[in-house]
Design a protein around this ligand. Structure first.
Ligand code: DGY
Length: 341
């Protein structure tokens, strides 16, 4: 049963979220919320205690929302709002858990979930382009050389990289973000966009005149390969030896989706043996990637600490959408962005 508008719901917010979202919660008069008032994740033990009896939960992507947590929360919990577009940290079967008995389908949890697509598309696409250019034009190596005395003189092939003009850009997983990346890359005179996905997506592909190809062709043809798919059991580790071994040795691999889609041992091998030219990663497994990880030893691997959506505008928009999803869900109304479980 949904709460009526006059009922104040109890909510736990697992992180200090940007001000726009907090303001929406405060002004709503609809929730009484407790906040983990820190920029660091709430310790799991604390989280398990704090969620007990709440009606709603607003979390970020570092919180694993699984059976243990949902059991700790108890039956009042009916709405979960994550301040992220990714939802691989949520156990979907547990959230919607139902039981079939002789009489009916009983929903044991039936928790509704809000997430934050679209508001971060521009920021993620922008960062992806920045990471691609940083990797392909070797900007980190170049600034390091300039700062540490490696800049002896102008040399003909020193710090040469690969350019976008006349290139083929491959997109693994064509959605809003893939389109936004392609739209930004087009003015760099890309020759061709290709993509692969579980099935062709003609209406999206038309926007950027992208051609649907098999995974093998994506690997073989791409000069730049951008991973834009969600992490699911099907995409776990799909960027592996099989893919890298078919790529050009001049190719640049970029991942701003989730670290779990990449087999990092295979990527290390591909980069260190020159099987591919470079990789730019905004996401890794685990996060943070330990500073002694072999990938950090490679000059041709640029690693960022998961900052694709990190602009003030976008993070505020994400927090506002997460707050509005939560409030709508608690009112029993359709959420602005609800995840279909
Ligand atoms: C998300 O929202 O899932 C991004 O990875 C971080 O903004």
């Amino acid at each position: 049963m949904h709460k009526t508008m006059s009922t104040v719901s109890r909510v736990y917010v697992t992180r200090q979220i940007p001000p726009e979202g907090l303001e929406i919660l405060r002004k709503s008069g609809q929730v009484q919320f407790e906040l983990w008032n820190s920029d660091d994740p709430v310790p799991r033990e604390e989280l398990l205690k704090k969620v007990k009896g709440v009606d709603g939960l607003l979390c970020v992507l570092t919180e694993k929302i699984d059976a243990e947590l949902l059991d700790a929360a108890g039956p009042n919990l009916k709405v979960l709002s994550t301040m992220s577009v990714g939802f691989d940290h949520l156990s979907q079967p547990e959230l919607k858990k139902s039981e079939l008995n002789f009489v009916c389908v009983c929903f044991l949890r039936g928790i509704r979930v809000g997430y934050t697509p679209e508001v971060l598309t521009d920021a993620v696409a922008e960062l992806t382009v920045a990471l691609l250019l940083t990797t392909s034009r070797r900007l980190i190596e170049a600034t390091h050389e300039a700062k540490t005395g490696g800049w002896g003189t102008w040399r003909t092939l020193w710090l040469c990289g690969y350019e976008l003009a006349n290139s083929t850009v491959g997109i693994l997983g064509l959605g809003r973000i893939g389109i936004a990346i392609a739209e930004r890359l087009k003015p760099f005179k890309v020759k061709k966009f290709i993509y692969t996905d579980v099935a062709p997506r003609p209406e999206l592909a038309e926007i950027i005149q992208a051609e649907y190809v098999s995974m093998d062709e994506l690997a073989k043809q791409s000069d730049f390969l951008a991973v834009c798919c969600a992490l699911t059991p099907e995409t776990q580790g799909i960027c592996n030896h099989n893919l890298f071994s078919k790529m050009k040795n001049t190719a640049i691999f970029i991942n701003t989706s989730r670290g779990g889609v990449v087999n990092q041992e295979d990527l290390y091998e591909a980069l260190s043996t020159g099987q591919i030219a470079g990789a730019g990663l905004d996401v890794t497994t685990p996060e943070p990637l330990p500073t002694n990880h072999p990938l950090f030893t490679l000059k041709n691997c640029v690693i960022l600490p998961h900052i694709a959506s990190a602009s003030y505008t976008t993070r505020n928009a994400m927090s506002a959408l997460a707050a509005n999803n939560l409030l709508a869900g608690l009112r029993g109304e359709p959420m602005p962005k609800e995840l279909k479980l």
